[in-house]
Write a protein that binds this ligand. Structure first.
Ligand code: MBD
Ligand code: FE
Length: 309
């Protein structure tokens, strides 16, 4: 016996009954998970001598977190979303998968049904003083064979770090597009360089981060879902090299292989040729897709998303 109340017969019976394990209805696996979570929570309360006032402060915090729609943001900041990636990585390694583009977290700001076009798209629709970005690449399978008809779903922040829909100052689907790869598996788009994201400064996520002595900043990045029949859906991001927070991301999403070179073009002839009057940047990035196989964890993650109005 540990001598802890949480390990006493009375407490054990309490957690068993509270999770429904003494009855027959409901879901057996969920019951066991609830029992574990309840026990672990109460163990933490007991071992850290958490006072009732502290405890109810936490309950109030979680209530406000949900009301502010920041649960997904805290999960990212707490490192748990990245941990889920580590778990899937390991299962894929054990199944013999290797060589695909690294995955990294989705984050809480994707929106379904972005405008779809073939081969290319322009993402920026709202007028902004930003550096023009041309990004292009190829979607290939693990052997390097191009995949025509793959869907590249891309979304990123504007020059203030805000995402359309969540930032009502932007027009619907600004900086969000789906691009179907052409017959050579290629995609390309024009956009503007995003700024890094910062957690809402007055929100509950930043409030907790402050108490941890942490910032709530992400380096500038561009998100992707890449989907192709017979292949595992890829959820990833590229980071903009040179960002101050490149290796200090509050959401721990930066990974080797996801930091392409950002090439700056200031040759006047090139600028004119692109129909621009200021220097621009280009990024080349290819996606390597893994083939779907038996006994792998699900690659299509079902989670609640914001609904476009
Ligand atoms: C983002 O843009 C993001 O990608 C993540 C993971 C969390 C908050 C904002
Ligand atoms: Fe993001």
């Amino acid at each position: 016996m540990s001598g802890l109340i949480v390990d006493s017969p009375e407490a054990k019976q309490l957690f068993t009954r509270a999770s429904g394990l003494d009855g027959t209805g409901g879901d057996e696996r969920l019951k066991r998970i609830m029992q574990r979570i309840t026990t672990d929570l109460c163990r933490t309360v007991e071992e850290f001598d958490v006072t009732p006032t502290e405890f109810w402060t936490a309950v109030g915090y979680l209530t406000r977190l949900g009301q502010a729609n920041e649960a997904g943001l805290l999960v990212a900041g707490a490192g748990v979303e990245h941990f889920l990636d580590l778990l899937v990585d390991e299962k894929e390694r054990q199944a013999g998968l290797a060589g695909g583009t690294p995955r990294t977290i989705e984050g809480p700001l994707w929106l379904a049904d972005a405008p779809l076009s073939k081969g290319e798209a322009r993402l920026d629709q709202d007028p902004e003083q930003g550096t023009v970005l041309f990004m292009e690449g190829q979607v290939c399978d693990a052997d390097g064979t191009p995949i025509p008809g793959a869907i590249v779903d891309v979304w990123h922040a504007n020059t203030k770090g805000g995402y359309s829909h969540f930032d009502p100052s932007q027009s619907p689907y600004n900086l969000r597009r789906r691009i179907e790869t052409d017959d050579q598996g290629r995609y390309r788009f024009r956009s503007i360089l995003p700024a890094g994201y910062g957690c809402p400064p007055d929100g509950p996520t930043q409030e907790l981060l402050n108490h941890l002595g942490r910032h709530g900043q992400r380096p500038a990045h561009v998100h992707f879902f890449v989907e192709a029949p017979g292949h595992r859906k890829l959820t990833t991001q590229i980071n903009i090299a040179g960002d101050k927070f490149l290796h200090d991301d509050f959401a721990f999403a930066t990974r080797d292989g996801l930091i392409p070179e950002v090439v700056r073009h200031d040759d006047p002839a090139e600028i004119t040729q692109r129909g621009l009057n200021e220097p621009f940047v280009t990024i080349k990035f290819d996606f390597a897709m893994n083939r779907e196989a038996e006994n792998l964890p699900e690659a299509v993650v079902v989670r609640e998303h914001a609904k476009a109005a």
